[in-house]
Ligand binder design. Structure first.
Ligand code: NAD
Length: 445
């Protein structure tokens, strides 16, 4: 078996490496020459736990190859996975130019039967458009090589991508033919042996499943954030409320942690695209519009708390930040709440220094020298007027509070991820602010 992966980002690289891990020959193709050069040497362009070792192992075993030459890669392959990016444009529509480019290239290159799998998150009907584009490209060549299409949305989470791929909650596959279904079944067999379910359906339902999954998760996050804000007003503690509702099995414990809003490369754009899809069909998806609205406001909430604390005057104030990535265990900063907060702090005249275990290089690329970067979580506190926690990295959860207090100008913490216990922090003499719990804390230093 040989498969080709087009687009070697978070999804493509993890997919290719995991397929190689189960013994399939994989060739990963990207238009980014620098990325391919690095990958050929076994250097991963992204941070993902467990990926580096698996990458090196499979390159060494000669099961995993990298190239910029799609035509050559497709030779003697059984399937090709389109894993390119699908960012949303300024109107909220999915920008499908990379998917369409990939489809056209496949049509121009295939020389034998091929299963063409769309793994990128794409709006309903895209897999059928992929088929159309491949047919058009073949017509221009004057050939009619048989192929099938499949939609196979990816549900991996950055930070746990390898284990999500190897042990999926489910595999969703949209197909139009038995041949495509049996090839996909064969490819995924090793991942389903331990009872992980595989669902076959039509391509449109598979495409829809991906958006609905992300929209549901985003809805849970915005719901709990909205309720957390109300808890602050009525004097309830969201942490208690969360436990109280989460133990109801119909609700569940996951994705009801309040914070500073969802970010990343998927939820914001997928919510937008689903709203746009509904609008294309003259349907007003009002629930998701509210989800998006709440999220945009929530990304600013910690800034407003900081601003209020300093009585609306942040000029000359110095804010230390722990955590820049949109969530722990990744260096991805796409749509990260940290970017919104940092930009608002800078606009208000504050200075910012930041520490993150893995996202500093990415932050430098986006924010340049507008803020100071530190290699250590305590160094970043020196001379700061407060600490703001923006990503819940595990290493932040049991810090040396004495040292924090010593380094900061004033013992003030804004915890955007509720990683600390309010009473405990109050006991240590911190002025502690979190989300959804307005405990009156002691302000003694
Ligand atoms: N990142 C995630 O956590 C995640 C999870 C599930 C689904 N998805 C979806 O998977 C898709 C890919 O996401 P990502 O985060 O891996 O994207 P990414 O931006 O990290 O990577 C995309 C890659 O595609 C390459 N590319 C673009 N056009 C190409 C072409 N014509 N030929 C070859 N390579 C090309 C780019 O150079 C880039 O390396 C998106 O649709 C996304 O919504 C992402």
């Amino acid at each position: 078996m040989k498969v080709v992966i087009i687009g070697v980002g978070y999804v493509g690289l993890v997919t290719g490496t995991c397929f190689a891990e189960i013994g399939i020959d994989v060739e990963c193709v990207d238009i980014d020459k620098q990325k391919i050069q690095k990958l050929k040497k076994g250097i991963s362009p992204i941070y993902e736990p467990g990926l580096d070792e698996m990458l090196k192992r499979n390159i060494k075993k000669k099961r995993l190859f990298f190239s910029t030459n799609l035509e050559k890669a497709l030779q003697r392959s059984n399937a090709v996975f389109i894993c390119v990016g699908t960012p949303s444009d300024d109107k909220g529509k999915a920008d499908l130019k990379f998917v369409y480019e990939a489809a056209k290239s496949i049509g121009k290159c295939i020389s034998d039967y091929m299963l063409v799998v769309t793994k990128s998150t794409v709006p309903v009907g895209t897999s059928l458009k992929v088929k159309e584009l491949i047919n058009e490209a073949q017509n221009q060549r004057g050939v009619a090589i048989s192929f099938d299409i499949a939609s196979n949305p990816e549900f991996l989470k950055e930070g746990a991508a390898i284990s999500d791929f190897l042990k999926p909650d489910r595999i969703v596959i949209g197909v139009e033919s038995d041949k495509a279904a049996s090839l996909m079944k064969k490819l995924y067999k090793p991942f389903t042996l331990n009872g992980h379910p595989i669902f076959f359906m039509d391509p449109v339902s598979a495409e829809m499943t991906k958006y609905v999954a992300n929209a549901m998760l985003a809805t849970k996050i915005s719901f709990i954030n909205d309720i957390a804000n109300l808890c602050e007003l009525v004097g309830a503690n969201i942490n208690e409320v969360r436990k109280g509702i989460g133990s109801d099995q119909r609700i569940g414990k996951k994705f009801i942690y309040p914070g500073i809003g969802y970010g990343g490369s998927c939820f914001p754009k997928d919510v937008k695209v689903l709203i746009q899809t509904a609008s294309d069909f003259n349907y007003d998806l009002s629930i998701l519009k509210a989800v998006e609205h709440v999220n945009l406001a929530q990304k600013e909430i910690l800034f407003h708390k900081i601003n209020k604390h300093f009585k609306g005057d942040l000029s000359g104030k110095h804010v230390a930040i722990w955590g820049l990535s949109f969530k722990p265990q990744t260096d991805d900063m796409r749509e990260a709440p940290s970017l919104v907060i940092i930009r608002k702090l800078l606009e208000s005249g504050a200075t910012v220094s930041a520490y993150d275990p893995v996202a500093i290089d990415e932050a430098k690329r986006i924010l340049g020298d507008s803020i100071k970067y530190c290699d250590d979580e305590y160094e970043v506190l020196i001379g700061a007027d407060c600490l703001a926690i923006l990503t819940e990295w595990s290493e932040f959860k049991y810090p040396n509070f004495k040292q924090i207090k010593k380094q900061l100008n004033s013992p003030t913490i804004f915890d955007g991820r509720n990683i600390f216990n309010a009473e405990e922090l109050q006991g240590y003499g911190f002025n502690y602010h979190c989300i959804g719990n307005n405990l009156k804390t002691s302000y003694s230093s």
